[in-house]
Structure formats: structure tokens, C-alpha cells
Design a protein around this ligand. Structure first.
Ligand code: ADP
Ligand code: MG
Length: 225
């Protein structure tokens, strides 16, 4: 629809701008962090030490935001290669083993046999990283995440489902807006970046959620772009 198109145009403008700024911020930030770290002395008293740690962690937070914005710079010019989704999904799941264990989250992965390789960019990994991260974060007391993938003719459908706190109806439309977050230390960039990457693959992202029951994020990607 027209509204959807306008939204995606706006999204890509914001994306380009953000990526440009992110590039400019990264270098001074790296040098700032380096000097800050040199400044930390072993014999600092409690207050000074604390301030220093706060400063370092604030720099790290800016760095985290900048890194997410930088992903937006890549999608348009990164090469498309034939890659194995089974490999990608297993790899991403492995990245989260530590965090999942720590939070009592079990990740179940059920992939159809004989999935075709798909034409995609490396940044597709980031989509599954962002979605899986949200799923784990939605279950602070632990629970189960399931990852399923099946082929439907010329497309592959990937569903990541959690049994977490869910998303209220009125918030679903805000998801993917830059900086929309309900988390204390969230950046509100994960799904915006993911939507941009998926758009670049001519794919779709759909969210179904029920408060208190959980959330299902469905990503559909064409095998050939
Ligand atoms: P962030 O995780 O930094 O907040 P995201 O773009 O990844 O940013 O997500 C935006 C918001 O969408 C989250 O703050 C949260 O409110 C909601 N959300 C996304 N995924 C889930 C999920 N699986 N369960 C519950 N809420 C979610
Ligand atoms: Mg997130």
C-alpha cells in the first residue's frame, strides 16, 4: 500500500543518514575510549574508579548504537552469494548459547531437510541475531525459543517463536521505528536494521504477538532475489 511504501522510503532515508553519521562518530569514539582506558589507574580511589567505569560503559553504549547504525550502510552494496540457511541458523544459535544458558532459555531448532541455498548478503545473519536476541530478552525468567524453517516453492519461511512477555497491540505498529524501545538499555534499532536488510532481499517480516503468551517473528526470503 501507499502508506507502506512511504514508510519504507522514510526508513531508507533515515538509514542512509544514520549510517553516514555513524561512520563519522566511530573514529573519535575509538580514540576517546583508548585514552580513557589509559587514564584508569590501579591506585584510584573508589569514587574516581566508579566515575571512570561509568564513562567507559557510556562510551561502550554509544559504540553499540553506532555499530547497529553501521549495519545500515552495508545492505545496498554488499554482494549476494548463495548460502546455506541451515548453516546460518545453526551458527547464530551457537552465538547465543552462553546468553541462553545464563537465562535458562532453551533454543530448539527444527529445520526442514533439503532446504535450498538462498541468494543473500552476509548481513542476513544480523536479522536472525537481532530477532533471536529479542526472543531471549523477552523471557527474563527463562523458557523456550523455537526456530523453524520450511521451504514454500521459491521461498523459505523462518519462524522464531518465544514464550515471553509479548507485545501489546498498540506497540506492534511502532516496532521498527528508529529508536523505539521498551527496554531500559535497548537501542530500538535491532528491528529497524533487520527490516531494512530483509527489504533489500525482497523478503518480508511479520510479527504475531500476544501479551503474556509470547511472540512469533516470521521472516520470508525468496531463494533467488
Ligand atoms: P531493542 O531490542 O533494542 O529494544 P528492537 O528493535 O530489537 O530494539 O525491538 C524494539 C522493541 O520491540 C523492543 O523494545 C520490544 O518492546 C519489542 N520486541 C521486539 N521483539 C520482541 C519479542 N520477541 N518479545 C517482546 N517484545 C519484543
Ligand atoms: Mg533488540
Amino acid at each position: 500500500s501507499e502508506e507502506l511504501i512511504r514508510r519504507s522510503e522514510k526508513l531508507s532515508l533515515v538509514g542512509e543518514l544514520a549510517a553516514g553519521i555513524a561512520h563519522e562518530i566511530r573514529n573519535p569514539l575509538t580514540s576517546l575510549r583508548g585514552f580513557m582506558q589509559m587514564y584508569v589507574k590501579e591506585d584510584m580511589d573508589g569514587t574516581k574508579k566508579l566515575r571512570n567505569e561509568v564513562m567507559l560503559s557510556e562510551i561502550d553504549r554509544i559504540n553499540e548504537i553506532v555499530s547497529e547504525l553501521l549495519v545500515l550502510a552495508k545492505p545496498s552494496n554488499e554482494a549476494f552469494e548463495l548460502r546455506d540457511l541451515v548453516h546460518i541458523l545453526n551458527h547464530v544459535t551457537r552465538l547465543f548459547e552462553g546468553q541462553a544458558n545464563l537465562h535458562n532459555v532453551q533454543i530448539k531448532i527444527e529445520l526442514d531437510d533439503n532446504l535450498s541455498f538462498i541468494q543473500c548478503q552476509r548481513s542476513i545473519n544480523q536479522v536472525f541475531i537481532n530477532v533471536l536476541k529479542n526472543a531471549i530478552e523477552s523471557m527474563p525468567k527463562g523458557g523456550e525459543v523455537s526456530i523453524k524453517a520450511k521451504q514454500m516453492n521459491d521461498r523459505i519461511c523462518i519462524r522464531i517463536k518465544d514464550k515471553g512477555y509479548g507485545i501489546p497491540q498498540e506497540e506492534i505498529t511502532k516496532i521498527g521505528n528508529p529508536f523505539f524501545t521498551t527496554k531500559e538499555t535497548g537501542t530500538g534499532l535491532g528491528l529497524m536494521v533487520s527490516m531494512r536488510i530483509i527489504q533489500n532481499h525482497n523478503g518480508t517480516l511479520r510479527i504475531e504477538s500476544e501479551v503474556g503468551k509470547g511472540t512469533m517473528v516470521e521472516v520470508v526470503l525468496p531463494i533467488v532475489r
